[in-house]
Every structure is written in structure tokens, then in C-alpha cells.
Design a protein. Structure first.
Length: 334
């Protein structure tokens, strides 16, 4: 690839900077980003300083952080060489996926794991180890659970896997569902017919789909019933065959609703259940079906469970800190 690491002729422990040389100046410009914002992101998150000297970047910091940052820079350059774009989220994913795994000076391929999800709009890549394991399990098992806090990609990745399988012909339709449970509001007080009342609760599912498929195609597929977005109550009495089925916000399903939904699984289908045990909006005294399913189905063949923490949050970094603060407060009160 032509990237070389240049270091002063001193002992490794005495080295205060690691210098990388990038032969293609055009790619180096893209690597740095507009106003060097990519470099600033790496500096801020990894605790290093990056100095630009012609077609070289000098990484200054302690040894561990220095090598990690160098690994990220090499991976960004390799990605650009392959003709792929790089955004802030991609860089964040590279940092999360442990770019220091390879020895200093070796090229690191962070996204050569076969985990890329191909959608009609853009490729989607897991950004944390937990997300990688989750995606792998969704392909390998007929029923998968993704449990963890908001912002960890549980629903987003599940829909991306569903779109990937739909495009490849592995399934014939996509069915996305949520319990229509209000956080402090009642459906009856909202204006409009039933669809207009329910659609606001389904909006996150529409948003995910529109990220992966052109809006006109989504509309056409919904008219053809090859994509369905409906409240959990609408699943009763159905057998869902040759479909990729996602139940989002499953912590708000009752035990009976969860059992009803799980038994809808038909031939050739995959089902994903996502939820956050800390955000239950059910009436006081009503047990969450997600917790019951977790207890009952642990160890059942063909069923996988993946868990996420604040470390897997891929929204604004402040979201992770907010979740950690709440978890810390709950631990004190326990």
C-alpha cells in the first residue's frame, strides 16, 4: 500500500511520536477531512496530537494511544484507497473495534470480517464488537434478541439485516412491529383515524427503512404488502412465513403479547426482538414480556441473545454519558 512508519533511532519506550507517510496526497487530504476535522476527532477521542508535515502525519502521545491512533489512520487510508468514503461514524467505528490489534507498521483491515450489510442506499457496518456479534447471530439464528440501552443500534442493525436478506431473496417480505404503548399519552386522545394515531409510534421503523431503501421503493413495497409496519396487536392470528420480522421496543409487550408474537414465526422466516429493560412503559404491576422471554428461552436451540451497554452507543457521545449516569444512580439506589 505504500505507507511507511518512520521513527527516530532510539529505544521504543523513549519514542514520543510515530510518523506515518502517505504517498497519495489526494487521499491524505480526504483522510484529514475538511479543516482537518477527521484528525481532530481522533485527537479528541484517543488523547493524542496529530501533526501534519507534507505527506506525513506525526502522532504524538503515550505509546498505547499513539499506536492505536496510527492504526486508525492506516485503516482510513486503506478504506479511501479502496474507493470508499469515510465519515465521522466510520472513524468512530474504527476506534471502537480495537485498531491496535495489529503490530506497529502493519496494515489493519477493520472491515474485512464479512460483516458489511448491503442496502440499496449505502453499506452498513457494525461499529462495536457487540454489534458484530449481534449481526452474526441474526444471520445464523432463526430468532435473535438484542437487549440494551437506546442508541446502541439494536433496531437499526436488525432492519439493515432484514433489508439485506430481502434484497438477496432470502426472504420475501419485511414485517416491522412495535407495541403501541404510550409514554404518558393515550391513543384515544390523539387526532385522526387508527393509522394516523399509530404512525407516530412506528416512525423510528419508517426512519430506519428510509435509510436503506429509496422512499419511492419503500412506498411501492408497502403498497404491495412486501413491507409491513404495524402495531403488535395487528399480528394476532397471523402466520408470518418467508419473512424477516422485527419486534421493536419489546419491553413494552406483555407476557401474553410476547408469546403470541413469538408463535407467529412461520416457515422460512427470521425474527428479531429488541428492547431496553430500563424503559418499560407498561402500567404498574404488568410484567414485561421481554424479561419473561429472556428467562424462558435462554438455552433454546436456534435462539440467540445479544446484550449491549453504554459502550455500544453510536449516537452522540453525550448519550453514552447520560446512560452511564443513570446506571450509576440506579446502582446507588439498589
Amino acid at each position: 500500500m505504500g505507507i511507511s512508519a518512520l521513527t527516530p533511532p532510539t529505544k521504543a519506550e523513549d519514542i514520543v511520536e510515530l510518523v506515518l507517510e502517505f504517498p497519495d496526497n489526494r487521499l491524505l487530504i480526504d483522510l484529514c477531512g475538511e479543516y482537518d476535522r477527521n484528525l481532530a476527532q481522533i485527537e479528541h477521542q484517543m488523547g493524542v496530537h496529530i501533526l501534519r508535515r507534507g505527506n506525513r502525519l506525526a502522532v504524538v502521545g503515550d505509546k498505547g494511544a499513539r499506536e492505536q491512533a496510527a492504526g486508525v489512520l492506516r485503516s482510513i487510508y486503506a478504506r479511501l484507497e479502496a474507493g470508499r468514503g469515510v465519515g465521522a461514524g466510520d472513524i468512530d467505528g474504527m476506534m471502537r473495534l480495537g485498531s491496535a490489534a495489529a503490530p506497529e507498521g502493519e496494515q489493519i483491515e477493520l472491515f474485512s470480517t464479512g460483516m458489511e450489510l448491503r442496502t440499496r442506499k449505502k453499506p452498513i457496518e457494525p461499529r462495536t464488537e457487540a454489534q458484530k456479534a449481534y449481526v452474526a447471530n441474526l444471520f445464523q439464528n432463526e430468532l435473535g434478541f438484542g437487549i440494551g440501552p437506546a442508541g446502541t443500534g439494536k433496531t437499526y442493525l436488525a432492519v439493515a439485516v432484514g433489508v439485506t436478506m430481502f434484497i438477496s431473496g432470502a426472504v420475501e417480505k419485511i414485517i416491522l412491529s412495535r407495541p403501541a404503548v404510550e409514554a404518558g399519552e393515550r391513543l384515544g386522545f390523539l387526532p385522526g383515524d387508527m393509522k394516523e394515531k399509530v404512525d407516530p409510534y412506528m416512525q423510528p421503523l419508517y426512519d430506519a427503512l428510509n435509510d436503506f431503501l429509496p422512499a419511492k421503493q419503500v412506498q411501492k413495497l408497502m403498497e404491495e404488502k412486501r413491507i409491513e409496519i404495524a402495531p403488535l396487536a395487528f399480528m394476532r392470528g397471523r402466520t408470518l412465513s418467508n419473512a424477516f420480522v422485527v419486534l421493536d421496543e419489546a419491553q413494552n409487550a406483555t407476557t401474553m403479547q410476547m408469546k403470541m408474537f413469538l408463535t407467529r414465526l412461520g416457515e422460512g422466516s427470521r425474527m428479531v426482538i429488541t428492547g431496553d429493560r430500563t424503559q418499560i412503559d407498561l402500567p404498574r404491576g404488568v410484567a414485561s414480556g421481554l424479561a419473561e422471554a429472556e428467562r424462558i428461552l435462554k438455552g433454546v436451540k436456534g435462539v440467540s441473545f445479544n446484550y449491549f451497554t453504554s459502550k455500544d452507543v453510536v449516537r452522540h457521545p453525550l448519550v453514552a454519558r447520560i446512560i452511564e449516569a443513570y446506571e450509576s444512580d440506579e446502582a446507588k439506589g439498589a
